[in-house]
Design a protein around this ligand. Structure first.
Ligand code: NAP
Ligand code: 8YV
Length: 320
């Protein structure tokens, strides 16, 4: 029996390539660019396994395309509504990364407050012996009130971990979550007025774009700390840089940026920002689980079964 052709456009985690090769006929090109394919190749492609932005014209230009399996829970790089209108299924990789991302979020929060990367650098460069003890950190997690922006799969894991730290927990989402004891706020502004620590773990959508803006940062206050592990697009980076430079807020911990992998240079010179290169899910354990889920979605689909994790915009599409 001939195997379905699955295209991998652009770079992807090697584990995914190996899994696709086992079950499908693999086709690879350097990026999501129709000019890299001839008409015969375009007609053969039934599935895509990707981790990059797929322009709508790319999806539309593949006449036999049935399913896109994305590597990552956030799928803001694909217009899933458009794909659904073309009868193309889109899947993502939820749940399997939630705990890892929540663990990293706590690490980033502590790094930001307690300056742990700077303290380690101090030791490594010989300053401990030369200059004495590292300074007492002005910021601490003690007595903080934390507001989680987005209490979904990952937000809930972050909240669970924060419970162990004995801090007050608030949240903002569009709808109040049943059975949750944390304090709900119907608006982001109301929440940041009530808390001093804002953790953003919402998806990158039109509604969340630049929603952490100058007004929100001002309301967070001079003792305020902003942690972003959701998407870079959620922060208004001009407003954020200015708030950090002028001490409108005290500090920020950022794993995501508007321009990745080349964030604004202003961030690099800010002493009150703790920066990570989008590593919240980046362990071998979790990336393997994400890759397996990505490919298992394709396997299910081409065996005529429902995919495991369709995105809501295409969940209605029936397997062929
Ligand atoms: P999820 O389960 O879908 O949760 C998303 C949460 O955001 C929900 O509670 C949702 O509640 C809320 N939300 C969505 N739009 C909102 C809006 N406009 N205003 C207020 N709240 C809103 O997703 P997840 O699995 O937790 O993942 C969340 C995001 O984390 C991903 O989309 C991705 O961007 C990011 N992420 C980053 C990394 C990293 O490496 N840094 C790793 C994994 C995920 P309502 O629908 O009630 O509003
Ligand atoms: C990945 C992520 O680093 O799942 C997400 O939404 O942001 C991360 O887990 C990214 O998707 C890998 O391409």
């Amino acid at each position: 029996m001939t195997k379905p052709v699955v295209l991998i456009p652009g770079a992807i985690y090697e584990h995914v390539v190996k899994r696709v090769e086992m079950d499908f006929e693999l086709m690879r090109i350097d990026g999501a660019d129709l000019n890299l394919l001839d008409d015969a190749q375009k007609a053969k492609i039934k599935g895509i396994a990707s981790a990059i932005h797929l322009p709508n014209e790319f999806i539309q230009g593949l006449p036999s395309l049935e399913i896109i399996a994305h590597f990552g829970v956030g799928y803001d790089v694909i217009d899933a509504k458009f794909a659904g209108e073309q009868n193309v299924m889109v899947c993502n990789t939820p749940d399997v990364l939630s705990e890892e991302v929540a663990d990293t979020t706590i690490g980033l929060l502590l790094n930001t407050l307690r300056e742990l990367p700077k303290a380690e650098a101090y030791l490594r460069q010989g300053d401990w012996v030369e200059k004495g003890n590292y300074r007492l950190t002005p910021l601490t997690l003690r007595k903080r009130v934390v507001g989680i922006y987005g209490l979904g799969r990952i937000g809930l894991e972050i909240a669970k971990r924060l419970e162990g730290f004995g801090v007050d927990i608030h949240y903002h989402t569009r709808s109040e979550k049943p059975g949750v004891s944390y304090k709900y706020h119907p608006t982001l502004l109301e929440m940041v007025t009530a808390v001093d620590t804002l953790i953003s773990i919402v998806p990158g959508t039109a509604a969340t774009t630049k929603s952490v803006n100058a007004d929100i940062l001002k309301a967070l206050g001079a003792n305020g700390v902003f942690i972003n592990v959701g998407r870079g697009s959620v922060a208004d980076e001009d407003a954020l840089i200015s708030a950090l430079e002028n001490n409108t807020i005290a500090a920020a911990g950022l794993d995501v940026f508007e321009n990745e992998p080349d964030p604004r240079k202003d961030f690099l010179s800010l002493d009150n920002a703790s920066l990570l290169p989008h590593v919240a899910s980046a362990s071998v354990h979790t990336r393997n689980a994400m890759g397996d889920l990505q490919v298992d979605n394709l396997v299910n689909w081409f065996e005529g079964k429902s995919p495991i994790s369709p995105v809501p915009e295409t969940a209605h599409i029936k397997v062929k």
